[in-house]
Design a binder for this molecule. Sequence first.
Ligand code: NAD
Length: 341
Amino acid sequence: MERVLVTGGAGFIGSHFVKRILRADDIAQVTVLDALTYAGHIENLGEAFLSPKLAFIHGNILDAGLVEALVREHTAIVHFAAESHVDRSFFAAGTFLSTNVLGTQTLVDAAMRHGISKFVHVSTDEVYGPLPQGSATEADPLRPTVPYAASKAASDMVALSYFHTYGVPVCVTRSSNNYGPHQHPEKIIPLFATRLLRNQQITLHGQGQHVRNWLHVEDNCAGIELALRAGVPGDVYNIGGGTDFTNKELTDRILRLCGADWDSVTYVPDRRSNDLRYSMAWTKLAGLGYRPEHDFEDGLAETIDWYRRSPDRWAPLTRNPHAARVTAAAPAAAGEESHAH
Ligand code: NAD
C-alpha cells in the first residue's frame, strides 16, 4: 500500500489528481504539501477532505526540514508544485527558478535518502519549445523560450540527474495545455469565460493564430497515475491526445458557450514571446495503456458550466492583490494581457 506525497495538491491539476488517487484501494495515505500561493486554494480539494486517507500540510517545498520529515513518511511522491503561469515569469523569473528548480531539487534530494518507490515529476510540453511542424518525442532536445518553460526544463533535468546519479526512481511527465473546472482565472479558458459571463471584453493576441493542444485535466491525471504505477524509472512520458486549436478557434467555442459573439473580442499586439505551436507524440505512454477519454466539446461545455455555476469560487480571484503587484512592478507592453498557461 502506497503512501503518496502530492506537492501542489491544492492547485488546479494537483487537486484533480488527489481526488482521483483517493479512490484507489491500494493507496493508503495521500498527503498534500502546498504553500497556498495565490494559485493554491484549499477549496479545490473540497469533498476530498471527507476521506480519512487525506492529510493537508501547509508548507513550502523549499523548506528542506519539512520536506525531509514528510518524505520519510511516504513511499511515493507526485510533484505538481510550481509557479505555472508563463506571463508571470516575465516579471518574476527568480521566483520561478527558485520554486520550480530549487524546490524540485529539495524534494528529489530527500527522496534520495528515503528509498521511495517512485518520484513523478510533472512537467510541460513547453520545454520542447515551438514546433512549426511535426511533433516532439521524449528524445527530442529541449528548447524552452520563456522563463517558465526554462525553469521547467531545468527542473526536469535536475530530477532526471538524481535517477542517473543516485538511482532515485524518477519519471517525468510532460503534458499539453490542461482545461477543466477550478483552473485559476488567469489562464486563457477561465479568463475568457469569466469575463464573457460578466459581459466584459476579451483580448486575443496577434491574429489568434497560436496553436495549442487542449487536454482534459482528468486525462492528464490518468496519464500521471499511469506513470506513477507503471512508468519506467528514468523515463520521460509525453501526455497528449487532446484537441489542437488555434486560439481563434478556441475563442469561437468559448464565445458560443458563453452566449457572446465576436463583438466582445479585441485584437491586441502579440505577447512578448509567444510560441506559435506546440505538438507532442504520446505513443510511449500509449504503450503503457494510456488513452485520453474526454471529448473536447463536451469537456469545454462542462467546464464553462462550472464557471457559470461557481462565481463564488473565481470572482474573488479576479481581484487578486498579488496579480496587481506583479503587474505594477513591471507593466506589460501596450495591449498585453495575461492569458497563457
Ligand atoms: P497551479 O498554479 O494551479 O498550482 C500550483 C500549486 O503549487 C498551487 O497550489 C500552489 O499553491 C503550489 N505551490 C506553488 N509554489 C509552491 C511552493 N514553493 N511550495 C509548495 N507549494 C507551492 O498549477 P497547475 O496548472 O495545477 O500545474 C501543476 C503542474 O503541472 C505544474 O508543475 C505545471 O508546470 C504543470 N503543467 C501544467 C499545465 C497546465 O495546463 N496547467 C500543463 C502542463 C504542465
